[in-house]
Write a protein that binds this ligand. Structure first.
Ligand code: DX5
Ligand code: ZN
Length: 209
């Protein structure tokens, strides 16, 4: 299982990123919020871009924003592996995914807890990643919504059926217990469970196996 660590709930981002840099977390998950697609707002890019000073991990960027083009262009300049946008946007999704790919990056789609997985079908050939949200997007430290495990399994079946290369990532409320519901996934995004203890590596180890 790959681990992508979210620093959304961090009270000291430089310190926590430097600590995470010494762990074997596979990615740093960057939650970007615009106060339009979700209520909260993250740091502006002019500040967020400084994370390169504290980490050399690859970034897994989760855009919870209404107008993603500007953000894609900005975040594409960082050490990014994946940029993910939301399927629920009122945008031409295929065009957005191709825009991400035009920077030589892997592209992802995220779905909110109530969005059916079958809505992803038209985009499966283009996708490198699907983020299944197991909480309502916009805030760290929430509880995993029960029943999401069925969506993850359903998505796995669809990905196989359509011979898509997309990996499944689960985001929100992941801990030692809820990770057991995510065995069909390849990546677990975790924030508060990892950051709540002083020993980040120990928390990552609990999620990984
Ligand atoms: C929620 C974010 C998540 C969140 C994960 O909107 O997309 O990435 O920060 O944090 P925890 O693990 O605390 O749910
Ligand atoms: Zn996220």
């Amino acid at each position: 299982m790959l681990i992508s660590t979210s620093f959304l709930s961090s009270k000291n981002i430089p310190k926590d990123l430097m600590k995470l840099n010494k762990t074997d977390t596979d990615y740093i998950h960057v939650d970007v919020m615009d106060s339009k697609f979700v209520k909260n707002k993250s740091l502006p890019f002019s500040e967020m871009k400084n994370i390169y000073k504290y980490t050399d991990k690859r970034l897994d960027v989760h855009l919870m924003v209404k107008n993603p083009y500007k953000y894609i262009e900005q975040y594409a300049t960082l050490n990014v592996e994946y940029i993910t946008v939301h399927l629920e946007l009122d945008e031409d999704i295929e065009d957005l995914l191709n825009y991400i790919k035009s920077f030589g990056l892997k592209c992802g789609l995220a779905i909110k807890p109530t969005t059916p997985v079958k809505d992803l079908v038209p985009f499966l050939p283009l996708l490198d990643l699907v983020i299944v949200m197991s909480v309502e997007p916009g805030q760290g430290g929430q509880e995993f919504i029960s029943g999401i495990e069925d969506k993850i399994k359903e998505l796995k079946t669809l990905i196989q059926e359509y011979k898509s290369k997309a990996l499944i990532s689960v985001d929100g409320g992941i801990n030692e217990e809820t990770k057991k519901l995510c065995s069909a996934a390849s990546i677990l995004v975790s924030g508060s469970f990892i950051l709540k203890e002083d020993d980040f590596q120990k928390q990552i180890d609990k999620l990984r196996n």
